[in-house]
Write a protein of this length. Structure first.
Length: 279
């Protein structure tokens, strides 16, 4: 049993996560002795749960809502992407028992965007980014690194959006939530990073009338796979990018760091996860 490796995903709630499905698929595919489990951890028990990882034999864990920013403040070491965004979605237990936090959300989003919409170019019009949480931070930083300026940041709480814009620097414009529909005028890419539209949550209230017909619409929610926003955008002819691809791509560096194998993100993996999504 010494070669058996254990990892998981922390969130609250955690039932929506399909990370256990995809990591279990890779473990079986590559013949690796290990397991990946869901870890339902309420915010008030987060630090206790994180510090228990080494004692329980975990090699690490993923982090999902609402813990990404809190985990950044709790781990012992962070990579450059995590420090820039102030959020962590990947925790690695080092040999000495300390915890290293990394951010792979931005990487996962860009890889998914390039795969699903290869015609997208960072040189086109502004981007509208809905939300200002950990995923929004990672995606905004990745877009800036890809050469994208003119990101219109729209969040239900203005102060949170202002804090994010200040931390990431030039390139972000704050638009009030009440003007979210107006922010769509002339944009080339619309991204929802909020939980609105997720199974069990309210739909995202957004009028797409001003959205250009050639704009790309992306949602990081993947349960359901086609959120109300994506359905509406597809109906009017926009290219849509669902959140499943981001999940698959952001998981790749996590799996490699824990289990020592760089896994493939391909159609067979996507199909395996799709078959496990709610109908």
């Amino acid at each position: 049993m010494s070669d058996f490796k254990l990892a998981g995903v922390m969130g609250w709630p955690i039932g929506h996560s399909r990370s256990p499905v995809l990591h279990s698929y890779w473990l079986k595919r590559y013949g690796i002795a290990g397991a990946y489990v869901p870890l339902a951890v309420p915010p008030e028990r987060l630090e206790q749960a994180l510090r228990a990882l080494p004692a329980l034999g975990f090699v690490g864990c993923n982090v999902t809502v609402p813990h990404k920013e809190a985990v950044f403040r709790l781990v012992d070491h962070t990579d450059a992407a995590a420090r820039r965004t102030g959020s962590v979605n990947l925790v690695i237990v080092r040999p000495d028992g300390t915890l290293e936090g990394r951010s792979t959300d931005g990487y996962g989003f860009i890889q998914n965007l390039r795969q699903a919409a290869p015609h997208w170019s960072s040189g086109r019009g502004p981007v509208v980014l809905l939300g200002a949480g950990g995923a929004a931070r990672a995606i905004a930083a990745a877009l800036i690194d890809a050469g994208k300026t003119g990101i219109r940041l729209v969040n239900r709480t203005d102060a949170r959006a202002a804090a994010l814009a200040q931390e990431l620097g030039a390139g972000l414009e704050i638009w009030p939530w009440a003007r979210r529909a107006e922010a769509l005028a002339g944009c080339c890419l619309l991204i929802n990073t909020t939980v609105l539209g997720m199974d069990g949550q309210a739909a995202l209230p957004l009028d797409l009338a001003l959205l250009p017909s050639d704009a790309i619409v992306a949602d990081i929610v993947y349960v359901p796979l086609q959120t109300p926003m994506l359905v509406a955008a597809h109906a009017r002819g926009n290219t849509v990018v669902d959140g499943l691809g981001m999940l698959l791509h952001q998981a790749r560096p996590a799996f490699a760091s824990w289990f020592g194998t760089d896994p493939a993100v391909d159609d067979s993996l996507r199909q395996a996860v799709l078959e496990n999504l709610p109908r």
